[in-house]
Design a protein around this ligand. Sequence first.
Ligand SMILES: [Zn+2]
Length: 342
Amino acid sequence: MGFAALVGQADLKVRLGSILKGEPGHAYILSGPLGIGKSTFAQVFAQALLCQEPTPDGGCGACDSCRHFSHQAHPDFRTLLLDPADKVIKVERVRQTIQADIALRPQFGRRKVYLVDADFLNEQGQNTLLKSLEEPPDFVTFILMASGLERLLPTVLSRLTVLALQRYRDEEVIAILAREWQASGQAMPDAESLAFYARYANGVPGAAINLLMSSWFADLRQETIDFYHQIGSFSRSRMLTAGFGFFDANRARADVLLDILASLVRDQIVLLMTGDPSHLTNPDQFAQLAVRDEKKRQAAVPGLMRAAAAITAARRGLALNASFEGLACHLLLTLRKELIHA
Ligand SMILES: [Zn+2]
């Protein structure tokens, strides 16, 4: 498979193509959010780097090297990924897989490729890898993958050429989802669902796939929508009992609950400001989210903006492990105050 067979990422494909036309460097890092497709691009790139007759679109698919690669049995392709039993890639594995191996010549072609998931290398692991990155043999190319570059040591990053993956457009995510479902042989979700999940996942196909496959997301979304539409009628005490009960019951997925709430608030702001339903994350909620009373419309936007800011603050607090009870109660009362007019 070549790059042309992959959806989107036009800029990245041009860069990879020009790398393959010239003399490839020693170390690249594919960066982009979790689920964006770094691993897929890394595999095609690695196959092309090892191929005996590569083209700018990837490996030829026919040579001995490509055949070994497609059978996942290429002797000159080494991967250093997280062992599911561990939380990080152990330093010992960096030593075994890379340091102890790097000087050995390729068994097959002109090159060896190491694929490394840098998200799971701690500082010690990065420092161990750095020794190999500093002076690799001519025949070695590293492909690292990272969901964010900020975790990397500057000394490591300075050795790498960054190849960034961009978020996909909604229609590209839909195309990727449709392919996944076709390949899996399962019944295809309906077009409305595909459109919702593509937009909700904000350009990250892996996130859309996980949510679509999950047994709980659709229910949590519906419950959050029901809750949202009731907020205006809740008294303060009901908010702190029933409202808190809803948050508490979904404590383990509070981040997703907050994301859904934020998407509803954002949709309502978009509707009030533009009247255009075509950019909603939750188009199925169009009728309920529209504010028809002209007087209420005037007052609604500033309150919704403050509600959105409060959700963002709660999301940040969760990430920092702040007290759940404190966060939830403060947010619930803010939502009641700010959304009651909407
Ligand atoms: Zn080939």
